[in-house]
Ligand binder design. Structure first.
Ligand code: PAP
Length: 302
């Protein structure tokens, strides 16, 4: 492995931060039966789903004209479970002080979560996955924007190798997806499994499914008044990416990592990964995906 790639891995994988997050959850996090957890492999649609779930759960509290999502980024409305670990002002993320239902997200694999979270039937997990080719390219471009100035950009070839070898903050993409997929098959009332691609294709259908899953089904009156469409519009890529808050504010993810919110919005398209990857790369990633997901019932397009 080249010297550059070794250096890059420290940043790309950042095992200390991932371990710190995981250990805090295992040792200190006290789940509440009403908690709603959003889980994902990074770059799979987290930001979008945060906005949608926040809007669905709070739809009777806020009007669409002065909705909090118009002035607060999705990651601040729906924080990462471990966000407070990196906050100087801990009171901003005092999880014990959050009103119920708490909306909390994490990239931690299902199999690494503590039993206190996975054993109980009370919690709700919503998992979003996305075609690995789009995840890889989205992540590669994102990480290059975030990289420390002293580190040269990582090439697509290098990023591809790391991805195929399963080297990332939260382990191999395929294990991550399969962990939540199996949990969904075993306990569908507890774990909802969504695909970015189906959300793009039929956002209103997925929003209604989310409402039902979360115990807040849309009434006929709400449907006829167009509430579902309002939520879809509010959380659309076009709307969110053009809001001042998402163009100019920052998200503090760790002591070293402060991210411009605009980096969470790039293109928001399905299949964009293929316009960057070579035919051989596409072939290899499709083969790994077929092999890893074989027999699971989960499939992605080619
Ligand atoms: P994260 O895991 O770092 O939070 P995440 O939000 O999961 O990132 O993924 C970012 C991707 O979602 C970007 O994809 P792209 O690079 O292929 O463009 C981003 O553009 C896309 N995205 C963000 N918000 C939306 C949205 N409202 N609708 C559709 N796609 C979105």
């Amino acid at each position: 492995m080249t010297q550059h790639l070794v250096q890059y891995q420290g940043f790309w994988v950042n095992p200390d931060a991932a371990l710190k997050n995981l250990m805090w959850i295992q040792d200190h996090f006290k789940p509440r039966p009403t908690d709603i957890f959003l889980a994902s492999f990074p770059k799979s649609g987290t930001t979008w789903l945060k906005a949608l779930i926040f809007a669905i759960v709070n739809r009777t509290r806020y009007g669409f004209a002065d909705h909090p999502l118009l002035t607060t980024g999705p990651h601040d409305c729906f924080p990462f479970l471990y966000a407070h670990l990196y906050e100087k002002d801990r009171s901003r993320f005092d999880l014990d002080g959050f009103p119920s239902p708490r909306l909390l997200s994490s990239h931690i694999p299902y199999t690494s979560l503590p039993n206190s979270m996975t054993d109980s039937q009370s919690y709700r997990f919503i998992y979003i996955c996305r075609d690995p080719k789009d995840v890889l390219v989205s992540k590669w471009l994102f990480m290059n924007k975030l990289r420390p100035k002293e580190l040269a950009p990582i090439s697509l070839e290098e990023a591809f190798e790391l991805f195929c070898q399963g080297i990332s903050h939260y382990g191999p993409y395929w294990d991550h997806v399969l962990g939540y997929w199996k949990a969904n098959l075993e306990t569908p009332e507890k774990v909802l499994f969504l695909k970015y691609e189906e959300l793009k294709e039929e956002p209103s259908v997925v929003v209604k499914r989310l409402g039902e899953f979360l115990g807040h089904p849309f009434s006929l009156e709400e449907v006829s008044k167009g509430v579902v469409e309002e939520i879809v519009k509010l959380c659309s890529f076009e709307n969110l990416s053009n809001l001042e808050v998402n163009k100019s504010s920052v998200l503090k993810l760790s002591t070293q990592i402060v991210i411009d919110n605009r980096h969470f919005f790039r293109k928001g398209n399905v299949g964009d990964g293929k316009s960057y990857l070579t035919d051989e790369m596409i072939k290899r990633i499709n083969e790994i995906t077929s092999e890893k997901l074989f027999g699971s019932g989960l499939v992605f397009g080619s």
